[in-house]
Design a protein around this ligand. Structure first.
Ligand SMILES: Cc1cc2nc3c(=O)[nH]c(=O)nc-3n(C[C@H](O)[C@H](O)[C@H](O)COP(=O)(O)OP(=O)(O)OC[C@H]3O[C@@H](n4cnc5c(N)ncnc54)[C@H](O)[C@@H]3O)c2cc1C
Length: 460
């Protein structure tokens, strides 16, 4: 008996020392607690786990993946990605996919018909619009972009910040008219930026970078299965009990140079997490961080963020012809860039009768409002003869809000060094950050950023 008890005590001491144990009051001890299991959080958890660090990944949804939304049709078993679609053909992606045992192919994705309808987002009526050949404009755009090579790696801005980067993009286009013909393409690849022509050029540059231009020409990388959730299913398996799904932080009793203590609400009750370090990967809006005991400095910085709304859904019972494809253009705007809120585009999917609809807004909107706007838009298509009249309402097979999506600050804040101050938060109170607000809405670029600038300091 005595030997058994001694062995158990020794085992627990060893495990506690290596940060993997749960003590009797169910405290979880880890080297690093990671908040948010989307692109950046899951990547960080896998990399740190592989470096021998103990991690706990806390995700509020029932699956990992963040903006990755995959729908499986129960009748045909066909998978449709209606969130994240493609990845850059880059080493960081291939290394990650290899680690997760996900095989890939390089492809040039097609989004519906090559002769789409161009429709007014307000009336759903056809607009006379010719999609310009963007080739030479893309060269001109890339020339401007390459003046700021460090933007590809993060918010590494020249000092002082060039006034061009602060210009509303519409004004930037007036200054550099050679870029105009690339705008429609950039706008549609970079969906989610809200009021596109009013956003500082910096955010357009971050959102539609050189890597995208390169891959439009040479092809993007996707899982060979055509199912992006595979990435997260494999990661979930590797991480096992180091993932807490449907779980959120409800309190932060301690976050300082001695470590971090979090109280987590999980489906199995409340748990305490004691970690040496904290990595936050969720959109850092104040409403998302109000349980993390922010101090005045953090509150002031994060309080500056504004956000756009971006929504994606799959709809059937629309009356649309199987290859119906539409893009929004406004009749009376600069370069016909559509006014939002409104539908970006409608494209067919691999499931008969199911269409992918993307919707954007300059700020967060209630899901119920977005859904009613999409239904009303499809009914306008029916009334205008672009879809057949069908009995019953269009039906949402799947719907996801991705608000808050793009996090931005005002040109004045950018000019006054906001991003320097934001980056200076890394390590402050034993808390680190990654995710789109710290770089850009692009999985591969976030993995590069996290690998190069965040993980080395977390694992030292
Ligand atoms: C419709 C759509 C299509 C896209 N297509 C592409 C594409 O084709 N290629 C590409 O590279 N990028 C694409 N993106 C952008 C890409 O998804 C993002 O760059 C990337 O997901 C951002 O990663 P992240 O880690 O910052 O955030 P996310 O992936 O959003 O992860 C954040 C995670 O935190 C969780 N969370 C939020 N709040 C809490 C909380 N309080 N507690 C715990 N967890 C929380 C969320 O549920 C989420 O899982 C697309 C985005 C959208 C919306």
């Amino acid at each position: 008996m005595f030997w058994k008890a001694r062995t158990a005590l020794l085992a627990c001491w060893l495990i506690l020392s290596f940060g993997l144990c749960e003590d009797s009051d169910k405290t979880i001890f880890r080297d690093i607690a990671i908040i948010g299991g989307g692109a950046s959080g899951t990547y960080s958890a896998i990399k740190l786990h592989d470096q021998g660090k103990s991690v706990i990944l806390i995700e509020k949804e029932e699956v990992l993946g963040g903006h990755t939304n995959t729908y499986r049709d129960p009748r045909t078993n066909t998978s449709v990605d209606y969130g994240v679609m493609v990845f850059h053909d880059q080493k960081v992606v291939k290394d990650y996919f290899k680690r997760l045992n996900v095989s890939w192919v390089i492809t040039r994705p097609e989004f519906g018909s090559s002769t789409p309808n161009y429709l007014d987002p307000k009336t759903a009526k056809s607009i006379k619009f010719t999609n310009p050949d963007p080739t030479s404009a893309l060269v001109a755009y890339a020339t401007e972009l390459s003046r700021y090579p460090k933007l590809e790696q993060g918010f590494f801005l020249p000092d002082p910040i060039p006034s061009d980067l602060l210009l509303p993009f519409g004004k930037f286009l007036e200054k550099y008219p050679g870029i105009a013909n690339a705008t429609f393409l950039a706008f549609n690849y970079g969906q989610g930026l809200g009021d596109y022509l009013k956003q500082p050029a910096l955010y357009v540059f971050k959102n539609f970078g050189l890597d995208i231009i390169r891959d439009i020409a040479s092809g993007f990388l996707i899982p060979a299965s055509g199912n992006n959730y595979e990435i997260y299913a494999h990661a979930t398996k590797i991480l096992g009990s180091d993932v807490l799904l449907k779980s959120v932080v409800v309190d932060t009793p301690r976050r300082d140079e001695d470590g971090v203590q979090l109280i987590i609400r999980t489906p199995n009750g409340t748990r305490k997490v004691n970690a040496n370090k904290l990595l936050i990967t969720i959109p850092p809006k104040l409403e998302n961080l109000n349980k993390f005991a922010l101090d005045r400095h953090e509150t002031k910085l994060f309080g500056k963020f504004m956000n756009t709304g971006y929504y994606t859904c799959l709809v059937n019972n629309t009356g649309l012809a199987q290859n119906f494809t539409s893009y929004s253009v406004s009749p009376d705007t600069q370069l016909n860039i559509p006014n939002l809120p409104g539908v970006y585009n409608i494209v067919p999917t691999a499931i008969q009768g199911v269409f992918d609809v993307k919707y954007g807004s300059p700020s967060t909107l209630p899901d119920s409002y977005v859904k009613s706007e999409i239904i009303s838009y499809i009914k306008k298509l029916q009334a205008g003869g672009l879809a057949e009249r069908v009995s019953g309402e269009p039906n949402f097979v799947a719907f996801k809000s991705h608000a808050p999506f793009e996090l931005t600050v005002s040109p004045d804040d950018i000019a006054n060094g906001f991003y320097k101050e934001l980056y200076a938060l890394q390590g402050y109170r034993n808390t680190w950050y990654t995710g789109a607000a710290f770089h850009t809405q692009d999985s591969a670029m976030l993995w590069n950023f996290t690998r190069a600038y965040v993980l080395p300091r977390l694992s030292d």
